[in-house]
Write a protein that binds this ligand. Structure first.
Ligand code: SF4
Length: 289
């Protein structure tokens, strides 16, 4: 198995075989992100990917989950993806699911038929990083997508058989945008109504543009208590039909999880009790994105 540079995957893909079909992120401009700063974006050639699949098959014939990396592997054409999926499906008879990262723009470039074609060939979940639903915040962090594009992309996936997992980041708009970030993110999630929502809490990564903005006094980080208050406002304002919510990542101060339609009151109650308890917040040295 060969890997180039640092490799990332969603928390729920912890037991998946990670297969790099691209290197890096084709956008690579979000101000808070240093995930792929160590490499230039490149699409791997299919033969090279096939060699990796053969190596994985030899070592782990019972692989049942695969995650296609790096940052926005859905930017590949369907022609290329289907060749790779064919090879995966031939090689791993126990395969249950294939997941992939996508930016809103990657999704918008695909037609519904193309997305369904990917589902028919094994892709059953798309992970879309939204970060925030506020246009001001999206512009501030240079996300490369507007809230309208994010909603259109999310709804497009929802029209297909592929499941959608969205990610938001609490604190991503800074102190100035706390309320807006919570309410606008709740609006976008409610409109998309995804099957899964993950909430991270902002961790300032050294060497990023955001780090420089903080040093120059242009961006005020939220205190841990403000992060929790923003999270409360977000959860309280989301209206979803059946969305599994997880906020139990190493970046989070308070682990939360439940179904947003069924457990919303319990989640808000847990936050209130936590805040009333005069909590000692997790040390920054134990948090990472
Ligand atoms: S947050 Fe996602 S889209 Fe933005 S630069 Fe990082 S990997 Fe790319």
């Amino acid at each position: 198995m060969r890997y180039f540079g640092k490799v990332f995957r969603p928390p729920s893909e912890a037991y998946s075989y990670i297969l790099q079909v691209t290197y890096g992120c084709s956008h690579n401009k979000c101000t808070f992100c240093n995930m792929y700063k160590d490499k230039n974006f490149r699409v791997r050639n299919v033969e090279e990917v096939f060699e990796d699949i053969d190596m994985a098959k030899e070592r782990y014939s019972k692989i049942d989950r695969i995650f296609l990396a790096d940052g926005d592997a859905l930017c590949l054409s369907n022609e290329k993806l289907i060749k790779i999926l064919d090879k995966i499906n031939e090689s791993f008879p126990y395969l249950e699911r294939i997941g992939i990262y996508a930016t809103p723009k990657d999704i918008l470039k695909k037609s519904i038929n193309e997305l369904e074609e990917l589902y028919d060939n094994g892709i059953s979940i798309i992970y879309m990083g939204i970060e925030s639903g506020s246009d001001d915040v999206l512009q501030l962090i240079n996300k490369g997508a507007t809230s309208e594009e994010i909603i259109m992309a999310g709804k497009k996936v929802k029209e297909t058989s592929i499941k959608l997992s969205c990610t938001l980041i609490s604190g991503i708009g800074g102190r100035e945008n706390l309320q807006k970030n919570a309410l606008e993110s709740a609006r976008v999630i409610s409109e998309i109504d995804p099957e899964y929502l993950g909430l991270l809490s902002l961790v300032l990564e050294k060497g990023t543009e955001l780090d420089d903005q903080v040093k120059r006094g242009e961006f005020e980080l939220l205190s841990p208590k403000e992060v929790i208050l923003e999270t409360r406002e977000l959860i309280n304002n989301i209206e979803c039909t059946n969305c599994v919510f997880r906020s139990n990542h190493v970046s989070n101060y308070l682990p939360l999880g439940g179904n947003l339609s069924r457990d919303k009151d319990a989640l808000v109650d847990k936050i209130d009790r936590f805040l009333e308890s005069n909590p000692v917040f997790k040390s920054e040295k134990y948090r990472s994105l």
